[in-house]
Design a protein around this ligand. Structure first.
Ligand code: TYD
Length: 282
C-alpha cells in the first residue's frame, strides 16, 4: 500500500528564502506574516509578501469567486436571472455551490500563476518570499477538509507549485473554538468560515498537524493563542536561525542583536542545529 505521506520535497536550490504561514481561519497568520515582512524590510532585505488566493490579477479573480457567500458567486449580465432550477433570482449575484474539485482547481490556478509571476522570479534573484497560505492550505482544506483524495491533491499541488516548496512553514495552531470567536469579533462570521461546520475545521486542523508531524524539519508549530508579540518573537528566532544556517549571504545584513553573526571577538551565542519546534521556547 502507498504511504499516506510521500517523502518531503527537497530544500530549495534557489538563492532566496521562502517562508509560508499556515493555519485555520482566524489563526493570526496574516498578522504575523505582515509583522515579519515589516521587520525584514526595515533590515533592508529584498522581501515580498503574497497572500493566497491572490497576488496576481488571476489570483484576485479567484479570491472574488471563492469567497462568494455560498460558494461560487457570479455577477449576472442582467438582474433578472433564472437559476438552474428555473426560479427567478432577484439578487444581483447568483450564488452557486462550488464542486470540491472545481474549488481545488481554482486555488491551484491562482497558485500556479503566483509561482510563475512572483514567487519563482524573486527566489531566483535571491529575495525572500513570505506567503500567507500556500500549497499546504489546499491539502488541509480541499484534502483533509472536503475529503478529496489526498494523493490527487498532492499531484495538483506539485503541478501548481512547479516543485517550489517553502524552506520554513510556520503553522499557527489554534483551537477551532478560538478561531471562531476571533472571526465573529472581526465581523467575518457570515463569510466562508461560518458556512462550514466545526467538524470541517477540525479536519483541517488535524490535517495541518499531520503534515507538520511528517516533515518536522520544515514545519514549526506555534500556539496561535499566545500573545501576538510572543509569537512574533518565536517566529523571528526561527527566521534568523534559518537565514544564518541556509542563507548566510542574506544574514550578513543582520546585526548580532537581530540574530546576526557575532561581531569579531564575540563568542557565538546560539546553536544553529536546533529543531524547529519552538513550542518549548515560548
Ligand atoms: P484567507 O483569506 O487567507 O482567509 P483567512 O484570512 O480567514 O485565513 O483564505 C480564504 C479562504 O480560502 C480560507 O477559508 C481558506 C481557503 N483556502 C482553501 O480552501 N484552499 C486553499 O488552497 C487556499 C489558499 C485557501
Amino acid at each position: 500500500m502507498a504511504s499516506p505521506h510521500p517523502p518531503p520535497p527537497p530544500r530549495g536550490q534557489w538563492p532566496g528564502l521562502f517562508i509560508a504561514f499556515e493555519g485555520g481561519d482566524g489563526s493570526g497568520k496574516s498578522v504575523q506574516a505582515r509583522a515579519l515582512y515589516r521587520r525584514l524590510r526595515r533590515l533592508g532585505l529584498d522581501v515580498g509578501l503574497v497572500a493566497e488566493p491572490g497576488g496576481t490579477p488571476l489570483g484576485r479573480c479567484v479570491r472574488a469567486l471563492v469567497t462568494g457567500q455560498d460558494g461560487l458567486a457570479l455577477v449576472p449580465r442582467s438582474p433578472q436571472v433564472t437559476s438552474a432550477a428555473g426560479e427567478q433570482l432577484a439578487s444581483e449575484r447568483i450564488q452557486l455551490p462550488l464542486a470540491p474539485a472545481a474549488e481545488l482547481f481554482l486555488f491551484a490556478a491562482s497558485r500556479a500563476q503566483l509561482v510563475a509571476d512572483v514567487i519563482k522570479p524573486r527566489l531566483e534573484r535571491g529575495g525572500i518570499i513570505l506567503a500567507d497560505r500556500y500549497a499546504p492550505s489546499t491539502l488541509a482544506y480541499q484534502g483533509y477538509g472536503r475529503g478529496l483524495p489526498k494523493a490527487l491533491v498532492r499531484r495538483v499541488n506539485e503541478l501548481a507549485t512547479a516543485g517550489i516548496w517553502p524552506d520554513l512553514i510556520v503553522l499557527l495552531d489554534v483551537p477551532v473554538a478560538v478561531s471562531r470567536r476571533r472571526q465573529q469579533r472581526r465581523g467575518k462570521s457570515s463569510d466562508r468560515f461560518e458556512r462550514e461546520a466545526l467538524k470541517f475545521h477540525r479536519r483541517v486542523q488535524r490535517g495541518y498537524l499531520a503534515m507538520a508531524a511528517h516533515d518536522p524539519e520544515r514545519w514549526a508549530i506555534l500556539p496561535g493563542d499566545r500573545p501576538r508579540k510572543e509569537i512574533g518573537g518565536a517566529i523571528w528566532k526561527l527566521v534568523s536561525r534559518l537565514l544564518l544556517k541556509h542563507r548566510p549571504q542574506l544574514a550578513a545584513s543582520l546585526r548580532p542583536d537581530e540574530g546576526g553573526p557575532p561581531a569579531p571577538g564575540q563568542r557565538g551565542r546560539r546553536s544553529h542545529a536546533q529543531g524547529h519546534n519552538l513550542k518549548l521556547d515560548l
